[in-house]
Ligand binder design. Structure first.
Ligand SMILES: C[S@@+](CC[C@H](N)C(=O)[O-])C[C@H]1O[C@@H](n2cnc3c(N)ncnc32)[C@H](O)[C@@H]1O
Length: 315
């Protein structure tokens, strides 16, 4: 069993290998107590100013982030999760980075949208918030407890028009053969090693972490991405995302997928933010498809946690 210090050393070396000159900046974000971010839940009350006013009255000070309708708490007299605005679901506590895959998916009313790995439902509910509950969402969650959590969360936050499945998303196309080449848009927010969440001041946050986890989980990620693509219709758009740094879980998965699917094309990501870097083109003597430059890594800052986003269209 490796000691905490050994693990920390390997985590640092991994970040150094991925980020080189940005290493110090990235590593520093793993010892800060990150401020909470939230969005106004327009599905409960479309009057954003009213919800923001309620929060201010409760002693929450906040500022607008780079992402529309997302705010960063700069001072709180009580925890955000104890405010009346939160208990009435007028606000939704969500990391700003977690909104980016959905913003890039650009959901529109009447579109058929599949959310492959949905619980707890932050992205499912944002899809419906952006379309005012007007798109037709299918949300899948394999874990039974998390499936119930997802249902409860959608219900409490005024989200409707969502068909929720407790199933392995890889099996969905067999349970529902009509979903073959069916969805206009698919979001594959895969389970990952969640390195963005590591806080080095909490020894427990590296407890489960080890270098080999990334390679192990990448098999699951490849399977989910491939299954997702089967259910995407021609000219449809798919977003693949993780909240981790590993190249094995990000560029390598997408590179593997592109080799397997000649009818898949990577597209530019249109997010206009400070904290973005292009995907990597090589890693440990492996060279990736040049189009991987179109994928983005969200660098962690005070406002953003690390994320990786790839946008794929079916030809
Ligand atoms: C990164 S989390 C998703 C977070 C969610 N998209 C959100 O923003 O709230 C990944 C989820 O995928 C679920 N999952 C893992 N394997 C799955 C599978 N084969 N089919 C469906 N869901 C799966 C996990 O239980 C977990 O809840």
């Amino acid at each position: 069993m490796k000691s905490y210090e050994d693990k920390l050393e390997s985590f640092k070396n991994k970040l150094l290998e991925i980020y080189n000159s940005d290493f110090e900046k990235v590593f520093a974000t793993h010892s800060i107590n990150r401020a909470k971010t939230f969005r106004i839940n327009t599905l409960i009350d479309a009057n954003k100013a009213r919800s923001l006013e309620m929060l201010s009255r409760e002693g929450i000070v906040f500022k607008q982030t780079e992402v529309s309708n997302f705010y960063l708490v700069t001072k709180e007299s009580i925890p955000l999760s104890r405010t009346e605005a939160f208990s009435k679901h007028l606000i939704y506590i969500q990391e700003v980075s977690s909104a980016l895959p959905v913003i890039e998916l650009n959901p529109k009313p009447n579109e058929k949208i599949l959310d492959m790995c949905a619980s707890p439902g932050s992205k499912t509910s944002l899809i419906q918030a952006l379309t005012n509950n007007q798109s037709f969402v299918t949300a899948v969650e394999k874990n039974r407890n998390r499936f119930f959590k997802l249902k409860e969360n959608l219900n409490e936050n005024g989200v409707v028009n969502v068909n929720v499945f407790n199933a392995d998303a890889n099996r969905l196309v067999f349970i529902k053969p009509e979903y073959n080449n069916y969805f206009d848009k698919v979001l594959v927010d895969v389970p990952c090693t969640t390195e963005s969440k590591i806080n080095i001041n909490e020894h427990d946050s590296l407890k489960e972490w080890k270098l080999s986890n990334a390679k192990d989980i990448s098999k699951l990620q490849k399977g989910l991405l491939n299954s997702a693509f089967k259910m995407l219709k021609r000219n449809g758009t798919l977003i693949y995302s993780t909240c981790t740094y590993s190249i094995e879980e990000n560029e390598e998965v997408v590179n593997w997928f592109l080799k397997k699917n000649s009818n898949a094309k990577l597209m530019d990501i249109n997010l206009n933010l400070h904290s973005l870097q292009s995907g990597k083109l090589e890693y440990r003597n492996k060279k990736f498809n040049n189009d991987l430059l179109k994928t983005v890594r969200v660098l962690p800052t005070e406002e953003f946690t690390a994320f990786y986003v790839a946008k794929i269209v079916k030809l």
